[in-house]
Each structure stands twice: as C-alpha cells, then as structure tokens.
Design a protein around this ligand. Structure first.
Ligand SMILES: [Zn+2]
Length: 245
C-alpha cells in the first residue's frame, strides 16, 4: 500500500545522502498520508536515509506512536508529528545534520543574501536554540514547530536543520538550498566576510524566481536520474547494477 508515496520518500532519502546531508544512520524524512491526515510514513531508525525500501518504511500517528511496520522508530519523531500537527499546508518534513548549516549556526550570524540561495530565504530563517540536544519529547517537538512558524526551514543550533513543505520534492529542495546558502556564506565569511550582497531591490524578485513549483519537481527528477545513473552497472548500464557489486 502507498507504493508511490514510499517510492518518493525513498528517493528523497537517497537524494539527501547523495547531496551530502547523510550522517550515517541519523536524519529522517516523513510524508503525511493523503487519506489520513493524522498518520504519516517515516524512515525507520537504525539505517541510512538512503536505505529506505517499500518494506522497512514505518507508519506513525500524529502523537508520534508507531502504528505499522516492524522497523524501529526514531526518537526524534516529534519534530515530524508536531510540525505536521500544526501545519495543515505541510505534508513532508525533513531533519538532517547538514554540516554547513551546523557550522554556520555556530557563528550566531543571520543568513544573508550572499548567493541566489540566500535570496530564497529573504524573510529570515528561524534558529531553534532552546536546546542543542536531540528533540526527543513531544514538548520539544511542539517548541520546534512553534519556532518554524510559517517558514519552510529552521536551523537547530549546533545540531541540524528542519525543512518542511507540501511535497517531498519541495521539502528536499528547500533542505538542499538552505545547506547551499549556508555553505556559500561560510566561504565568504572565511574569506574575510561578505562585503557585497544581492541588491535590496533584487532580493525578493530573485528569491521568488528561484522558488517555483516546476523547479522543485525538475530538480527532484534530475537528482533521481543522477542517483540512478550513479548506481548503473559500469558494464551494461543497467540501473541498480552497482548494488550487486
Ligand atoms: Zn538530529
């Protein structure tokens, strides 16, 4: 059941790892069920974001309790359940330990429009600093959900990021763009600090142009193709060939 949703979720995890957001078995992604708004599919604990399959994805309810599946549940499930509880516009939630975002968060500086990606987040990126520990209680999950408010991303200071959106494609896209925006600003900070930023009058226009539904799905499709190509057998070109090597 939910084969298509599980396949999207599986590719979401693979893309996040391929793009450098894996942290071994840490990090998770979830997707709300379209016919039951109080339940969602989620990556199980104990394996990499790129190891999800149709069989190991678990189903969790809005209180964070596992209701289906044999694999274990992440103890940070409350990031997902509490964001999904208060954001009816959100169906997909991602949490990763994105390295550049974590390093950037330690500077205590606001994200600036240094790059195209920086312009996407012109209305600010909330930073959760109530704790730098894991989010393992319902109360902490609710606090994270309050902090993200109506934004699509949040930085958990000295810990990681949360990204959320209506679709897997968009949530992955904002997670990747936030990490890239942090990486580019870190480069500028390391070179003496950014002196010039995207023009004030360009920030909004540029941010909107760079944040479109067609772009989210085009980028996701491109990254799915890239993942599949990378897994192709070097001898015959068959997709998935490398898995058996
Ligand atoms: Zn975490």
């Amino acid at each position: 059941m939910y084969e298509d949703l599980k396949e999207r979720l599986t590719f979401g995890g693979r893309i996040l790892v391929m793009e450098g957001q894996g942290d071994y078995v840490a990090g998770h992604i979830s997707l709300r069920l379209p016919d039951d708004k109080h339940r969602f599919l989620m990556k199980p604990a104990g394996m990499g974001l790129d190891e999800m399959t149709q069989d190991n994805i678990i189903t969790v309810d809005i209180d964070g309790q596992k209701v289906e599946g044999t694999s274990p549940r992440h103890n940070e499930v409350y990031i997902h359940s509490e964001v999904l509880r208060v954001r009816p516009d959100v169906n997909c939630v991602i949490h990763t330990h994105a390295a550049h975002a974590v390093a950037f968060s330690s500077l205590g500086k606001p994200l600036l429009p240094v790059s195209n990606e920086g312009s996407i987040f012109y209305d600010g990126v909330p930073v959760f600093d109530e704790t730098t520990d894991l989010i393992t209680t319902l109360d902490r999950g609710a606090a994270v959900a309050r902090c993200i408010g109506s934004h699509s991303v949040l930085i958990l200071r000295n810990h990681g990021i949360v990204a959320c959106a209506a679709s897997v494609d968009e949530a992955v896209w904002v997670a990747l763009k936030l990490e890239r925006a942090c990486r580019v600003q870190l480069l500028a900070e390391a070179a003496g600090g950014p002196k010039l930023l995207v023009h004030d009058e360009d920030v909004k226009a540029k941010g909107k142009k760079a944040n479109r539904g067609d772009l989210h799905s085009n980028v996701f499709s491109y990254l799915m193709r890239r993942w599949t190509l990378q897994r192709a057998c070097p001898h015959c070109g068959a997709a998935g060939g490398r898995q058996s090597l």
